[in-house]
Design a protein around this ligand. Structure first.
Ligand SMILES: [Zn+2]
Length: 412
């Protein structure tokens, strides 16, 4: 959009147009079935003519498309509904974890259009080298997205650690990262996405937070309040209350892996003792099951545990039961404190949920005051092990939907 020769009142008109674009697109995104222009006029209170003009802009900008008309029993021609476009802008989701890198692309409608998981033990790898590998995967994702008619409009990166407002990773104990300037390191590479006003090129956030947001915005919608636990080598939690992530004062909430379950127990990487991670982290479960992690190809650990448990192997079953009991002790404390009725097991816990859920539920039953008349649901994540990367990409997409004018006004 050219900034020159703006007529008087253009700024005000511009902002009204931006509000209307966001209002109409938000209604289309939230609708259970594709709304017609008339439906949108009713729902927004805008005139039919305004809705039509806004929809034309959204169609031209590849933010929405017209759905096939539904079978129509009434008289006359069926009105065509509008849906979020499956071409146009998309979000890039990235995750660096202890033993894998994930890259995914999610379109406006929330569909995962590209997904790569690269397994490798990243602890011996310098942060800049791990990020360089991630950039390579992201480039491939960008090319694949372009082939599908998608343009990456922004990226979000999930890291299992404490991240400050500037996107620096202050501490990721299991990766061995401390004070890693992730945005600066990534800026040494060519951009991963197109430049779109109102959409940050890169957001860095905690992986448990992004996984919880992914779960919150998955379809069909789940509960508005829940605890989402990502069980990897470390254990993080995302706390969702009344439809919003509870981040804490500095954005560092959810460190459930360092809740003590045996106060005088095993020393932990955090400097404390007896932390949940030492009993229910992936390495702890693998060791308790008698598996030697080093002999497993990089992080087939979860799949191997599930296989052994499926086959009824006693050591694996005992290890999972003990881990579930420790997890249940911690979860019961959180449920008592926050009065939640849903606990979602995500990340590496998702495939192990059949064996983890029963002992977690047993501890909740024994320890949560209100459990007798208000049952707590414990279930695996609907997004599977890549929930954090999917949630990261979804966070980009929601930003585009909330402020579509940035995409429509972009240069080029
Ligand atoms: Zn700890």
């Amino acid at each position: 959009m050219s900034p020159t020769h703006a007529p008087v009142g253009a700024a005000r008109q511009g902002s009204l147009r931006e509000l209307n674009l966001a209002l109409v697109l938000g209604r289309i995104a939230a609708a259970d079935r594709p709304p017609s222009r008339a439906d949108l006029a009713t729902a927004t209170g805008l005139t039919r003519a305004t809705v039509s003009a806004v929809v034309e802009d959204l169609l031209a900008g590849q933010l929405v498309s017209e759905a096939e008309p539904a079978p129509w029993a009434g008289a006359g021609r069926p009105a065509r509904g509008l849906v979020l476009a499956d071409q146009g802008p998309a979000g890039l989701g990235l995750e660096v974890n202890v033993d894998y890198l994930t890259v995914c692309v999610v379109d406006l409608a929330g569909q995962v259009r590209h997904r790569t998981v690269h397994r490798a033990d990243l602890r011996p790898v310098a942060p800049e080298d791990a990020l360089a590998r991630l950039v390579d995967l992201a480039r491939q994702a960008r090319a694949d997205a372009a082939r599908q008619g998608l343009t990456l409009a922004g990226a979000a990166l999930a890291v299992p650690g404490l991240i400050d407002d500037s996107g620096q990773v202050r501490l990721a104990p299991n990766l061995g990262w401390r004070d890693v300037p992730v945005p600066e390191l990534l800026s040494a590479h060519p951009p991963l996405t197109d430049r779109v006003p109102d959409v940050p090129a890169l957001v860095v956030d905690n992986e448990a937070n992004l996984a919880a947001l992914g779960e919150l915005h998955s379809r069909p919608p789940g509960p508005a309040s829940f605890l989402h636990i990502s069980g990897e080598v470390g254990i993080g939690a995302g706390i969702v209350l009344d439809g919003a992530l509870f981040r804490g004062v500095r954005g560092w909430s959810g460190e459930i892996g360092h809740l003590p379950v045996h106060p005088q127990g095993r020393p932990c990487r955090c400097g404390g003792r007896g932390c949940l991670e030492q009993y229910a982290g992936q390495e702890a479960i693998v060791a308790a099951a008698g598996l030697v992690r080093a002999e497993l190809p990089a992080d087939t650990a979860t799949a191997r545990l599930a296989e052994l448990a499926e086959a009824g192997e006693p050591a694996a079953l005992r290890a999972l039961n003990d881990a579930g009991t420790a997890l249940g002790v911690a979860v019961a404390g959180v449920v008592n404190l926050l009065d939640l009725d849903t606990v979602v097991l995500g990340g590496g816990y998702a495939p192990l949920a059949p064996w983890l859920c029963p002992p977690v539920l047993a501890e909740i039953k024994a320890r949560v005051l209100t459990a007798a008349w208000s049952p707590v649901t414990v279930r695996p994540s609907t997004l599977g092990p890549e929930a954090a990367a999917v949630g990261a990409a979804g966070s980009v997409v929601r930003r585009i939907v909330a402020r579509p004018a940035g995409w429509l006004n972009r240069a080029g």
